[in-house]
Design a protein around this ligand. Structure first.
Ligand code: FAD
Length: 448
């Protein structure tokens, strides 16, 4: 089949969706991108920490993809509830699922769901203005917070909790978030990892950011353990880099009066969260994993569980046997052992929550090889044109451009990168107030 006749649906507008869209467009296909939120970019907007503005600049590459005349964005359309997989299959020769892993993994210990205990990904969504999580944090009470996990998400959460008011204002965290974080009485963030410093899955750059914090210091429970590691003998360059950074942080070991503190606690795991009379976390019970099984109760009214990401339980596509991501072979979705004609997967939904934004580019290229082989062999679905059947009422790319301009304009007034819309209603209202250019009004503006 000729590529110019192919209409592909890409579900999800995070990095992996845009990387695979680029490859499809470059071969001449038409791409319809479906995104459950009115706004694009997945975890680049709602995951990458708000003080990491440079990283968020990758969206410029994605904007170029969206500028292709054969690209159409359908924002505010959730595939599943709003438009079925079957309907998408009727109107598109192929579908690429780039839906990520939106939920946090559970610890499965008593007290996990007490008030004050947050799933890491939910809390990240809150401080990044994700509409689903806008109201989830009532307060940031107490002087100690415990962050469970030894990956970049845990590190991001710990860092965001100790940012200074100036650092927060230079970020694009929404104003209520800035207010709550700046005003909290938090003094100490305990970062708990089951294993040792060499086994932690941080990336070195993220770890290095801790040494550049304006008003926070880093401490270790056992500084001698860190300083005693022979970094030069470590073969893995990431682990070696991490150990070197940890050693720099450990040798600095100075705490200024006004500082908040991030304290690393390796070789420990939570076994229970205990509540106060109101059903809120009061203490976190830690158990040593160094063979002693000693326990310690840490008084903390806030806990963040950053121990991985998973598929939502409501997800209706086939999962791999471990349930951690979608079932596939070389990017082709599988039902049992057999590939589903025309269905593919990329990104975190394909390989689990690993890798940085750039990792998804190679990953998209790998899946695209399977797509190319199938197209060459004529293994594509029959599809009819979607124009006469699609009526879900979507936000267009032009809508996003208007919202983006409004967010940046508001930010400029307040000396901030942008002030995000954090509710779908406020996005809709803002678009009503800003009349779209006449030629861009289409039937898809059903939300008006
Ligand atoms: C907290 C955090 C911080 C990170 N920080 C960095 C960093 O600093 N630097 C870096 O390089 N990487 C970072 N990463 C990793 C990076 O964000 C991921 O590698 C990348 O976003 C994965 O891309 P994806 O497209 O697979 O998924 P996502 O980015 O999650 O995109 C999935 C998209 O699909 C949409 N979607 C889901 N279901 C549906 C549906 N049914 N219908 C329509 N749309 C749907 C979602 O709304 C979302 O927009 C971070 C990750 C996290 C969690």
């Amino acid at each position: 089949m000729d590529w110019s006749q192919i209409r592909a649906a890409v579900v999800g507008s995070g990095p992996s969706g845009f990387f695979v869209a680029r490859l499809l467009l470059d071969r001449g296909a038409h791409v319809d991108m479906y995104e459950r939120l009115p706004v694009p970019f997945g975890l680049v907007r709602h995951g990458v920490a708000p003080d990491h503005q440079l990283i968020k600049n990758v969206t410029r590459t994605f904007e170029k993809v969206a500028g292709d005349p054969r690209f159409t964005f359908f924002g505010g359309v959730e595939v599943g509830p709003d438009i079925s997989h079957g309907r998408l299959a009727e109107t598109h020769h192929l579908t690429v699922y780039a839906t990520g892993l939106p939920r946090g993994s559970d610890l499965e210990i008593p007290g996990e769901n007490l008030r004050g205990s947050y799933s890491g990904p939910d809390f990240v969504g809150w401080y990044n203005g994700h509409p689903d999580y806008a109201g989830i944090v009532d307060d940031l009470d107490g002087d100690t917070a415990v962050v469970i996990g030894n990956g970049n998400v845990a590190l991001d959460i710990a860092r965001v909790l100790v940012l200074s008011p100036d650092e927060l204002r230079a970020s694009d965290a929404p104003p209520p978030v800035v207010e709550m974080l700046a005003g909290s009485g938090l003094r100490r963030v305990l970062l708990v990892g089951r294993r040792g410093p060499r086994e932690a899955s941080f990336t070195t750059k993220e770890l290095g950011d801790l040494g550049r914090l304006e008003a926070a210091s880093v401490l270790f429970e056992d500084t001698d353990e860190i300083l005693g590691l022979a970094a030069s003998e470590l073969e893995d360059s990431r682990v070696r880099g991490n150990v070197e950074v940890l050693q720099e942080l450990a040798s600095a070991g100075r705490v200024r009066d006004a500082d908040r503190i991030i304290e690393f606690r390796f070789h420990a795991k939570p076994i229970e969260f205990c509540s106060d009379a109101e059903g809120r976390v009061r203490t976190v019970r830690l158990e040593r994993t160094d063979g002693t099984a000693e326990t310690e109760d840490v008084e903390a009214r806030l806990v963040f569980r950053a121990v991985g990401h998973r598929l939502p339980t409501s997800h209706d596509l086939p999962r791999d046997p471990g349930g951690r991501h979608l079932a596939h072979s070389e990017g082709r979705l599988l039902l049992g052992q057999d590939p589903i004609l025309g269905d593919y997967v990329v990104g975190w939904a394909k390989r689990g929550p690993s890798g940085v934004i750039g990792t998804n580019k190679q990953d998209a290229a790998d899946t695209f090889r399977a797509i190319e082989a199938d197209v060459a062999a004529g293994r594509v679905r029959k599809a009819h044109a979607p124009e006469d059947t699609f009526d879900a009422g979507a936000y267009s790319w032009a809508d996003w451009q208007r919202l983006d301009a409004l967010e940046r304009e508001k930010g400029t007034h307040e000396g901030r990168p942008r002030i995000k819309f954090t509710a779908v209603d406020s996005m809709r209202d803002a678009l009503r107030e800003v009349a779209p250019p006449a030629q861009e009004v289409t039937e898809e503006h059903a939300h008006e």
